[in-house]
Design a protein around this ligand. Sequence first.
Ligand code: TRP
Length: 329
Amino acid sequence: MDTVVSGIRSTGNLHLGNYFGAIKNFLKMQNENNCFFFIADYHALTTHPKPDDLHGNIKQVLAEYLACGIDPEVATVFVQSDVPEVSELYLLLNMNAYVGELERTASFKEKIRKQPDNINAGLLTYPVLMAADIIIHKANKVPVGKDQEQHLEMTRRFARRFNMMYSVSYFPEPDAYNFGKQLIKIPGLDGTGKMGKSEGNGIFLADSPQEIKKKVMRAVTDTGPTAPDQEPSEPVKNLFTIMNVVSEPSTVKHFTDSYAACTIRYGDLKKQLTEDIVKFTEPIRVRINDILNDKVYLHKVVSAGAEKARESASKTVREVREIIGYRPF
Ligand code: TRP
């Protein structure tokens, strides 16, 4: 059984792409491993959120993950800032993280380009905090997307460096969690590319049926097939890809056939797609709202999660302090 750590960005609002990409796999992963899922709300401070926004985002993203089926009875679900031990390990690891290597990190260089007026030290040492998040639970697996691969590589390096420095084999070097068959990529509604929060092309799990309808009806299509068995254009293919995950196979077949026969009406396709997306997301949306309104439940989840996470984290910090040479008198 592997120990898996996954940090979740606290900017909430999960969309269908998140659901069919990562989250569906998380639901399976949590049953097969010792999973730690946490909301990365220390990392969130690099963008200087207002206190109310910070809290609201943490709550929202937590409710959304729980509504999707992340099970706090099975996995350890917690909020990063409830586990102050991570900040101590972060401090200790910072002493062996070199400014040069941090400055060369792709995500840092991108921040310099994108927000030159807020290059704070937290951004520079972001990979160190992420490493602390992971190795504090001595994780050996981390589910990461392409954009996080370099951070995971740095985590391995920091773990290895600690082990070498103190001639111990204390920290495992974590690998990427392999989801087996290729991750499903859900496209956006704007014709090209995948669904993303910042792209403004997504359907969020918390969207109302009216919002979903508006978005689907506005989705990019084309002028329609003109010859039998014509290859659909990318925007139309994208709608079929979404239909494939939310609709019945018979529905998909109906529209695939009518496309091939050139009798398809995109209006009908969109109407059906709207209906099926609503059918899929509606129970999740209801659960999100129920959870958001259930203060007692949320409190219970985060306090139990913090307790479990602190147990594992404080053990590591105690042992690390001992290894480093902080000893009782
Ligand atoms: N950096 C990750 C992201 O942007 C979030 C994260 C923080 C994380 N700490 C982590 C992911 C630890 C995995 C493990 O998505």
